[in-house]
Design a protein around this ligand. Structure first.
Ligand SMILES: Cc1ncc(COP(=O)(O)O)c(C=O)c1O
Length: 447
């Protein structure tokens, strides 16, 4: 029997009376039929208040690389909580964490901690502008860099306003943004090296940094085309811009060396979030000594009451030890499981005549639902995705999956954890088979 969500529904109705809109992050409203209320998790499994058990590929928006409630991490946090949760001062743990990051990421010569990647992005942009004395940041359409004024320019450009292919618009999805911020960004399309060169040349001498998600996980999990990372590095070196790798999602998921190790490039600054804290509010800015110099000198302000919080540090130390202990066997292990899941979903889609295509490196992947008549083949950039992805049909299938106990991120992103097993993948595919059958029998296009 498909799952029902009666208790979550009742809690969500109650929440309307105390929490603005019923949720604490706008994106959680995308959950259908109702934002879910959870009771506990263990390993790859998660349970909600209605007693529904999920094989979880959402993993706290990707933060839970080590699965739900790992025992060792709970012990590390509890031991630290007994000694103190917050000092707004120094402790040896912060060196332990910083040194582990240094050990794993060659470009991380120095680090600074924050509590969210959104904060780290803000710090990185400020640093880049101070380092170069230039006003502009070049970023790519469809890439997400946190929810602040500066993080979302050009993220979700609507098709009727996105401008021509050569000049993507600097739009922000939120009202209330400082209007001048929009003019401080140059937006380029992802995966078109010749176009990127032209965008840089148009603003040559004015651009402080190029920022990117190395694999575009926030839009369709689009990996960089061959030569893109080398081209960004070359342009940055040529023009004295900083290369900023936003590894909030890819950090440690793509191995100890993160996406920069996986794809083989060396950025000036790296943004780490999610897996670096394993579900606690912890994030880091890492960079070369040269790029971090103005934080060192104090000319660039970087601060925060809870920065380097010992509770988060205890969790992070435990997390990084897991990655270190796996050495070269990570990321291959989770990649093999991810590829198996991708192949299984593709087979189910073919069997039921559903135009669903998984894409991505397996460590994380996206399921694209093609619109009727859309050309097959990998999605290459944000515009291509908007043009070809059938969002309502995907939402219908995703709800069927959820009702069978398979949970992926609402927009179609699936993450694998270090504790998922072959058995979890087999069971997820068995459950997915029922979801595909129900979807194929009940889906009716709205238009
Ligand atoms: C690539 C990227 N950068 C930055 C952020 C912002 O992270 P946070 O939500 O921790 O502020 C996110 C969040 O999903 C992200 O995916």
């Amino acid at each position: 029997m498909p799952y029902t969500f009666t208790k979550s529904q009742a809690l969500f109705e109650r929440a309307q009376r105390s929490i603005a809109g019923g949720v604490n992050s706008g994106i959680r409203k995308l959950e259908t039929p109702v934002p879910l209320y959870f009771t506990h998790g263990r390993g790859a499994r998660l349970w909600d208040v209605d007693g529904n058990e999920y094989i979880d590929f959402k993993l706290g928006q990707g933060a839970l690389l080590y699965g739900h409630a790992p025992a060792g991490m709970a012990e590390a946090i509890a031991a630290q909580a007994a000694r103190g949760t917050h000092w707004a001062g120094q402790c040896e743990l912060e060196l332990e964490v910083a040194e582990r990051i240094q050990q794993m990421i060659p470009s991380a010569e120095l680090v600074r901690f924050n509590n969210s990647a959104t904060e780290v992005v803000t710090a990185a942009f400020r640093l880049a502008r101070a380092h170069t004395g230039r006003p502009l940041i070049l970023r790519f359409e469809g890439h997400y860099h946190g929810w602040a004024d500066e993080g979302l320019v050009g993220f979700a450009n609507p098709a009727d306003k996105w401008g021509d292919d050569e000049h993507p618009a600097q739009l922000h999805p939120s009202q209330g943004v400082i209007p001048e911020v929009l003019g401080k960004f140059v937006v380029a399309r992802w995966n078109d090296i010749a176009h990127l060169r032209r965008r840089v040349d148009e603003h040559r001498g004015q651009i402080a940094a190029i920022v990117f998600e190395p694999a575009l996980c926030n839009t369709c999990c689009i990996e960089p085309v061959a030569g893109l990372m080398a081209a960004i590095r070359e342009l940055c070196d040529r023009d004295g811009m900083l290369m900023i790798s936003d590894e909030t999602i890819t950090g440690f998921r793509f191995g100890a060396g993160c996406a920069q190790g996986y794809y083989g490039y060396r950025p000036d600054l790296t943004i780490l979030g999610k897996a670096v804290g394993g579900g606690l509010p912890f994030a880091a800015l890492a960079g070369t000594k040269a790029a971090m110099a103005k934080i060192l000198s104090g000319e660039v302000v970087h601060a925060g009451t809870l920065n380097g919080n010992p509770l988060c540090l205890a969790a992070s130390q435990w997390c990084l030890d897991q990655v270190l202990a796996l050495g070269g066997t990570h990321p291959q292990g989770i990649q093999a499981l991810g590829k198996k899941l991708m192949a299984g979903l593709a087979a189910l889609a073919a069997q039921h005549g559903v135009p669903l295509h998984p894409q991505g490196p397996g460590l994380i992947f996206h399921t694209v639902m093609l619109k009727p008549g859309a050309a097959p083949g990998p999605v290459n950039d944000y515009r291509d995705y908007v043009r070809r992805h059938d969002a309502p049909r995907w939402a219908h299938l995703r709800r069927c999956l959820l009702e069978e106990g398979v949970s992926a991120i609402e927009r179609g992103l699936w993450s694998i954890s270090l504790v998922h097993t072959e058995k979890d993948i087999d069971e997820a595919l068995q459950r997915a088979a029922a979801a595909f059958a129900r979807h194929a029998a009940t889906w009716k296009p709205t238009a």
